[in-house]
Design a protein around this ligand. Sequence first.
Ligand code: FE
Ligand code: FE
Ligand code: FE
Length: 205
Amino acid sequence: MHDTKTIIMAKTTSKTTSKTSTKTATKSQPKNAGTGNGNSLLHEFFLDSLKDIYYAEKAIAKALPKMKKSASSEQLASAFEDHLAVTKEQISRLEQVFESLDEKAKGKKCEAIEGLIKEAESIIEDTEDGTSTRDVGLIMAAQKVEHYEIATYGGLHQLAITLGHEEAADLLMQTLEEEKETDVLLTQIAENDINYQAAEEDEEG
Ligand code: FE
Ligand code: FE
Ligand code: FE
């Protein structure tokens, strides 16, 4: 009991310290060296990861129109259309993040998103035009993208807090919430009817 209380108090104290006296405390507290330090290795990693997701969002914006065109369900097509608008906002939100850090918005090739988009394209190739089975594949491909984004924005939001970048943390949280909402919406679209319609399809169509 006594030990737990001490640990909780110690945590609370170090949090307060890092918020109120970041600059003076950095040298004497090596464990908090990253906090607010624009030259730290962690800060560099944070910036690199921002560039990665900036590249990824742009790639997603390019891929979404094709996904929309390939969808048979009107609901799915309009979900892709809506997410394109949201994605464009997310791109400018990332530009705000870079700005809040006094950095130029720059992309850095994200191999993961390239792979996920390639997978979406091969699903389109491998499924019949106008089928719900293709829609099922499109939803799964899109959800893989959303999950990649959720993992990335979740990590970035947490790092922004660690590094003391409050404005960036708020902006990243907004996007994280949007990606989560999109993921839930895609599950709903699949469960409402597309999966069941696809289950009725046979090779003759
Ligand atoms: Fe996004
Ligand atoms: Fe990446
Ligand atoms: Fe997304």
